[in-house]
Design a protein around this ligand. Structure first.
Ligand code: FES
Length: 112
């Protein structure tokens, strides 16, 4: 399956310590912006019971799932102890304020 880079939009359109959601054929993707403007992309499904990670609280490079408070490392997708699991992350590139993500299947970006 061929992958491709898609443009998500401007980094300024992603709330700091928050996320916006992009639809894809494999499910929604949450694009997070950390406090230092680092950007992370993770499929918007908690590895516990599928909670919407995009609605979680961001601390540094982790997000806390809004349903049962599991903490997920946004760099690796790993669940932080004592729980175990892994969320699916995607490569991100930010150039001159434009955020792009790499996905392995057809997707629809909200901003083209
Ligand atoms: S669904 Fe995320 S912690 Fe339970």
């Amino acid at each position: 399956m061929a992958g491709r880079w898609i443009t998500v939009g401007w980094i300024g359109d992603i709330p700091q310590l928050g996320a916006r959601v992009v639809s894809s054929a494999e499910g929604d993707i949450a694009i997070f912006r950390g406090s230092n403007d680092e950007v992370f992309a993770v499929y918007d499904r908690c590895p516990h019971q599928g909670g919407p990670l995009s609605e979680g609280i961001v601390h540094g490079h982790t997000v806390t799932c809004p349903l049962h408070n599991w903490r997920i490392d946004l760099k690796s997708g790993d669940v932080l102890g004592p729980d175990e699991g892994c969320a699916r992350t995607l490569p991100v590139a930010v150039k001159e304020g434009v955020v792009r993500i790499y996905i392995a299947s057809t997707a629809t970006g909200t901003d083209g």
